[in-house]
Write a protein that binds this ligand. Structure first.
Ligand SMILES: CC(C)(COP(=O)(O)OP(=O)(O)OC[C@H]1O[C@@H](n2cnc3c(N)ncnc32)[C@H](O)[C@@H]1OP(=O)(O)O)[C@@H](O)C(=O)NCCC(=O)NCCS
Length: 144
């Protein structure tokens, strides 16, 4: 598991993203995000998670696992790496938005102790279509 925070990773992330999403982010978006001091992520060869440091909290910007490598626990490993980072760096919460129709991702997050904390109608715009977002949060337990 590699932690990255450098724009030189943009091409590798865009390549995985293209194979994971119907509306993938192009390489320049990853370059711009990783040029910010607050953006970082964790990756293995077939998967990555990209995050933003919000000070006392973290936000998941995107997460993708190549189709042939799914249901092998890779996304769970990435989430565990991020939770460990949150614990080590005194971050209270991890936030994210997920398309309300994305059942695999919602199940993944629920299984990993994320709970729904909001709902945003028409949050995603793809061509002429809009999609609602569920807002999910993982709360650090003070006993952890
Ligand atoms: C969602 C995604 C990241 C899951 O990655 P993954 O490596 O397959 O996830 P894991 O193997 O760690 O799965 C952990 C649990 O999540 C749930 N889950 C994952 N994929 C699922 C699916 N297709 N259907 C139902 N539940 C699913 C299951 O509970 C699974 O546990 P199990 O395999 O023991 O039943 C992957 O499908 C993906 O990249 N999808 C496209 C991009 C995307 O939607 N990203 C999230 C945007 S926020």
């Amino acid at each position: 598991m590699l932690r990255f925070n450098n724009p030189s990773f943009a091409a590798a992330l865009a390549e995985i993203h293209t194979k994971c999403f119907e509306a993938p982010w192009p390489e320049p978006i990853f370059k711009d995000l990783l040029a910010l001091p607050t953006t970082f992520g964790f990756m293995v060869e077939q998967a990555f998670i990209l995050c933003s440091d919000l000070g006392t909290d973290l936000e998941i910007l995107t997460l993708g696992v190549l189709p042939d490598y799914r249901r092998k626990g890779l996304a769970t490993e990435l989430l565990n790496a991020l939770k460990q980072y949150a614990k080590d760096n005194a971050k209270s919460n991890i936030f994210l938005e997920v398309k309300s129709t994305n059942t695999p991702a919602i199940r993944l997050y629920q299984k990993n102790d994320f709970v729904q904390t909001g709902y945003r109608k028409n949050y995603y715009h793809e061509g002429n279509q809009t999609f609602d977002a569920m807002c999910l949060t993982w709360h650090q337990k003070t006993s952890d």
